[in-house]
Design a protein around this ligand. Structure first.
Ligand code: PGA
Length: 253
């Protein structure tokens, strides 16, 4: 089996370069205890340079939390794919539900996918329904989100892709309210099927499918063992050294 992948999404929790550096340095010191698990940390743009510096020479990758759908030019407040690449990010989150809730459309997500690949950034593409539908509409919803975003990627982009399935109803909650393996198993199968149709079996089988939404040390093991996911996108718990270490160690087993 491929290495489990854990992506930490710091969101707006960490506020200073010093805090980012301290967390990265502590993780580096303890890297031996999660060898065999791939780790990336998604920092807010102003903290990316410090994060890149603190992770230099380690196996931990620095990621960005989003990017502009524009390439360059008169776009105040935007951060381009090239800027992220130039400061040393190698990966970017795209389509996170918190950005979609702020108005990011499927078209904008698709455009960002294209921009990220053109700049040579790898992608963690986030999809997920707002709520479950008794008639199974949430499956169509996620399938449509995924298909639309993947239209921004050519066949050679499969190797640069990871998918994060994050049901919005399970994000930022306690572990008791998080999705259980049985809740997400069907969606992971559907996502894998869509990837297989699009890229062919060998390439699709290598695309990590992560789960995100209130993952912590109490639910990570069951989710990994029973739901078919290849790892996690971790929000709040990724900003605390011990909480993140707990998840990483469980992924190693
Ligand atoms: P959470 O966030 O782990 O704090 O629920 C996950 C995410 O939104 O990526």
């Amino acid at each position: 089996m491929k290495k489990p992948l854990v992506v930490g999404n710091w969101k707006m929790y960490l506020e200073s370069p010093e805090a980012a550096t301290a967390l990265c340095s502590a993780l580096r010191r303890r890297a031996a205890s999660f060898s065999g698990v791939a780790l990336a940390l998604a920092a807010p743009s102003p903290l990316l340079p410090a994060t890149v510096t603190a992770l230099k020479g380690s196996m931990i990758r620095a990621a960005a939390q989003g990017l502009s759908l524009y390439e360059a030019g008169a776009h105040t407040g935007e951060v381009s794919a090239a800027m992220l690449k130039n400061v040393g990010a190698s990966l970017v989150l795209i389509g996170h539900s918190e950005r979609r809730a702020g108005g990011e459309s499927d078209e904008a997500v698709r455009e960002q996918v294209t921009r990220a690949r053109a700049a040579g950034l790898d992608i963690v593409l986030c999809v997920g329904e707002g709520q479950r539908d008794p008639n199974g509409e949430h499956f169509q919803f996620v399938a449509a989100q995924l298909a639309s975003a993947l239209d921004g990627l050519d066949a050679s982009g499969a190797g640069a892709l990871a998918i994060a399935y994050e049901p919005v109803w399970a994000i930022g909650k306690s572990a008791e309210e998080a999705a259980r393996p049985a809740d997400i198993e069907g969606m992971i199968i559907l996502i894998r099927k869509i990837l297989t149709e699009r890229f062919g079996r060998p390439k699709a089988a290598r695309i990590p499918i992560l789960y995100g939404g209130s993952v912590d040390g109490s639910n990570a093991q069951a989710l990994l063992a029973e739901s078919g996911v290849s790892g996690f996108l971790v929000g709040r718990a990724s900003t605390n050294l011990e909480s993140l270490m707990e998840i990483l160690k469980l992924c190693k087993k």
